[in-house]
Design a protein around this ligand. Structure first.
Ligand code: 26Q
Length: 821
């Protein structure tokens, strides 16, 4: 009935209340009086989900009818963060829901807090995929995100005695109300076995692959709601299962344990997310994961296209496949295999389709992070794909030889097969050869890509290379995480258009000197700092003082990101205060957050050092009014949302040339933090946008880094040539922070003095000098507030809406298909 329909999907307060109680009763079997927090959360989630479903169906139907080109974003990671509040914001019913909750005497904040976030990613790359899903829906572009439904996402981090300890992430334990399992929607994926040639009924020679093992990929669908529109897109994640035909009687008769083992092996594929920066990342299981989700996703696209068009001749016109780094780059070989072996297309047509369907984003220049797989492993796991890759390579290298006459050194450099130490497949080369477009993620990164790791490819196909600077969604990273700031911006701008067109924030510029706005701006910041302080107090036992400058570095722990540069500065400050207790300093709280890969020893030692330095400094009454250090455990999307609003200063201090883009830099700056940073990644563009006077720049540039290393960098000379630097390093080595243990931090200090691959020592003095300017600037509040307002006002470029607009126009050639809200 219409009445039921309203209960089920109405957006007014009474409909929400009725629907909520209804869901609580019929889906959880509870009354308000006896419901647990999880029941209350689940009922809220279902109430919100119900409000997206009709739009979801309508979106799918309209997309199908209009026959529009669909973006298929292939990513091994989607770091979505909590759904509930984000979906409320995108539906535009946060206030109504809050009011409904109040009338039911529910604790709205506690219910939102109860959500366990799906941590299906490591960091930047996975979070970028999630921001892009939000923007695709908001820009009304038909899109499907394809990935893996890991049972265990990124580990939870706890700090034990100052060390990182990992806990399994059991995000599914109380159920996931946002996903809809599709048991009927599953595809077989083969592994191992061998290939054989045969003659088809037309007398043509063909190949078939007889895998030794087959698993099924089952679809789990999550709706992705656009902001203020009716469009709801699809995130389809694959879970691996033993095939239907597999049952304990029919299969493997007489070998019960063998059968159980085979079932377990199938289910292992989507079991756990691999951390990056793992020395042991070259595992067969990781390759299986990649092939598994790529194959399911392509089979799904083919099914959709055959349902619709009845032929695959126009596959590439219907789908723009985006490869998020090399992790899904097997798509190039798998699409070729499916078209040729399963759908009997000839090579030329299949290659034409593949090359026009695929596009590749590179996210790293770090040589150790460029993915390669041994030919051996391929032979064992994916023998048919190896043949196809050889043939792609053979034809490609012929082209290279035509293009660059008699240049065999170049042929060897460009080959998809690296013959230098053991034969390995270079996945970035496969992706580049098989794609219509290759892009970097920030202007500097794209320039370096073209001039270094992909230089030969750039020379051969200059028109293939693009830059698309990353962006982040202002819905989650302003409206959801910083509602006070969102309200103030809306008030100052006169409306909330900025949430769909972030360039509108420019209007704030003219009020940047307005003391009225500045006062409110400061209040908003202080309130966020108080919130964070309270939260940290509960978690770590230490409550920072919101009157101090909050200096935040939150990102994965990695030497190239140089958390230890900040630590050297802190130790240096500590010595300054000890030597002269009356030194003029702005009181600061240094806040660190970030996970270290479980097998990355140096990163874990850096975490230990943060906590060790914090323990000494925070307990030294002589400095405690001036200087505090705190490590926020378990930095993830949810905790990031507490951090970005509360930061005064954002640390973006990677060695120039190493951070492809960075996206945390954008989240901080949007929330009015000033940046201290190097000319690396998107920092360069952020500084150009916010104005050079409103950004604290220091350090060597990428060309200077290159030159310094080419001349032979000798860190021990820097160390011996700078007394204050030496004294800071020595203090760490002295055992002061390790209860007298002079060995604990030696791997770190020795590495800095004798090797220092990321030029921490070379940039130390410039960093300290720059921090002195920060100090002074913070003591001029109006000046600081003005800079802070200007940072937010000028962040329009870094909305992921702008990034997606760029991809849509310049790379995918896709247009919006509007669905009414
Ligand atoms: C690869 C093989 C085996 C196991 C793990 C991996 C793996 C997994 C994740 C390798 C890399 C990643 C993630 C990389 C990443 O997050 N890169 C970041 O991407 C951001 C979005 O473009 C950039 O802003 C960052 O600069 C970049 O570091």
């Amino acid at each position: 009935t219409a009445e039921q329909q309203r209960t089920r999907t109405g957006l007014d307060k009474d409909a929400l209340k009725r629907a909520y109680l209804d869901n609580l009763f019929y889906l959880r079997g509870r009354f308000l009086e006896v419901a647990t927090t999880n029941d209350l959360y689940m009922a809220a989630a279902y109430t919100v989900r119900d409000r997206m479903l009709a739009r979801w169906i309508k979106s799918a139907q309209t997309y199908k009818d209009t026959n529009a080109r669909t973006v298929c974003y292939l990513s091994a990671e989607f770091l979505l963060g909590p759904h509930l509040l984000n979906n409320l914001v995108n539906l535009g019913i946060t206030d109504t829901a809050r009011a409904a909750g109040e009338e039911l005497e529910l604790d709205f904040e506690a219910i939102v807090e109860a959500e366990e976030e799906p941590g299906l990613g490591n960091g930047g790359l996975g979070r970028l995929a999630a921001c892009y899903m939000d923007s695709l829906a908001t820009l009304q572009i038909p899109a499907i995100g394809y990935g893996i439904r890991y049972e265990f996402g990124i580990f939870d981090q706890v700090i034990v005695d100052g060390w990182q300890s990992e806990r399994g992430d059991t995000w599914l334990k109380s159920g996931n109300p946002w996903e809809i399992p599709r048991p009927k929607l599953s595809f077989p994926v083969g592994f191992g076995g061998h290939t054989e040639q045969y003659t088809d009924e037309h007398g043509a020679l063909r190949m078939r692959w007889l895998p030794s093992m087959v698993v099924n990929g089952m679809a789990y669908d999550t709706p992705i709601m656009g902001y203020g529109v009716g469009n709801v897109n699809l995130l389809r994640l694959w879970k691996s299962e033993a095939p239907e035909s597999f049952d304990f009687q029919a299969f493997n008769v007489g070998d019960y344990y063998g059968a159980v083992h085979a079932k377990m092996e199938a289910e292992t594929i989507s079991k756990v997310l691999y951390p990056n920066d793992e020395p042991e990342a070259g595992k067969a299981l990781r390759l299986k994961q990649q092939y598994f989700f790529v194959s399911c996703s392509l089979q799904d696209m083919i099914r959709l296209e055959l349902n619709n068009a009845g032929t695959l001749a126009h596959f590439h016109e219907k789908f723009a496949v985006q490869l998020n780094d090399t992790h899904p780059s097997l798509a190039v070989a798998e699409l070729m295999r499916l078209l040729m072996d399963e759908y009997l297309m000839d090579w030329t047509r299949a290659w034409e389709i593949t090359r026009n369907a695929c596009h590749f984003t590179n996210h790293t220049l770090l040589p150790e992070a460029l993915e390669t797989w041994s030919v051996h492993l391929f032979e064992r796991l994916l023998p048919r794909h190896l043949q196809i890759i050889y043939e792609i390579n053979r034809r490609f290298l012929d082209e290279v030889r035509v293009h660059f006459f008699a240049d065999e050194a170049r042929v060897a450099r460009m080959s998809i097969i690296d013959e230098s130490f053991g034969r390995r497949i270079r996945m970035a080369h496969l992706a580049a050869v098989g794609s219509k477009a290759v892009n970097g993620v920030a202007a500097l990164h794209t320039d370096l890509l073209k001039s270094t790791v992909m230089h030969d490819f750039y020379e051969m196909w200059p028109e293939k290379f693009h830059n698309v600077t990353n962006g982040v969604t202002p819905r989650r990273f302003i409206a959801v995480s910083n509602p006070r700031l969102a309200r103030l911006i809306t008030e100052a701008c006169g409306d909330d258009r900025w949430l769909r067109d972030l360039a509108c924030l420019k209007q704030l510029e003219e009020q940047a000197e307005d003391h009225g706005l500045q006062a409110q701006w400061r209040q908003v910041k202080t309130a966020a700092k108080q919130d964070l302080a309270n939260w940290l107090g509960e978690r770590t036992g230490f409550t920072p003082d919101p009157q101090t400058l909050f200096d935040v570095q939150a990102k994965r722990i990695h030497e190239y990101k140089r958390q230890h540069l900040s630590l050297l500065h802190i130790v240096w400050l500590y010595e300054q205060i000890k030597q002269n207790p009356n030194v003029e300093l702005t009181p600061r709280t240094f806040i660190f957050g970030g996970k270290a890969a479980p097998g990355y020893f140096m990163a874990k030692l850096i975490i230990k050092l943060v906590n060790a330095v914090g323990e000494v400094i925070n307990n030294d009454p002589q400095v405690s009014g001036m200087l505090r250090v705190v490590f926020m455990p378990d930095f993830n999307v949810k905790n990031g949302q507490r951090l970005y609003p509360a930061a005064d200063l954002s640390e973006q201090i990677s060695m120039a040339g190493k951070e492809a883009s960075g996206t945390g830099n954008m989240k901080f700056s949007m929330n009015g933090a000033l940046t201290i940073g190097t000319l690396d990644g998107a920092n360069v563009e952020i500084r150009d946008e916010v104005g050079h006077d409103n950004f604290f720049l220091f350090g060597l540039t990428a060309p200077e880094v290159h030159q310094r290393q080419a001349e032979g960098y000798r860190p021990w000379e820097v160390y011996h040539g700078n007394e204050q630097l030496k004294s800071a390093v020595d203090l760490i080595a002295s055992g002061l922070f390790s209860h007298g243990d002079t060995e604990l931090f030696r791997p770190l200090t020795d590495n800095l003095i004798h090797s220092d691959p990321f030029l921490v020592l070379a940039d130390f003095q410039a960093y300290v000098d720059c921090q002195r300017q920060v100090d002074r600037a913070y003591r001029a509040p109006h000046h600081w507030d003005r800079m802070s307002i200007l940072n937010t006002a000028r962040m329009g470029k870094f909305s992921s809406d702008r990034s997606i607009q760029d991809y849509a126009e310049r790379i995918w050639g896709v247009a919006p298909v509007p669905i009414e809200a």
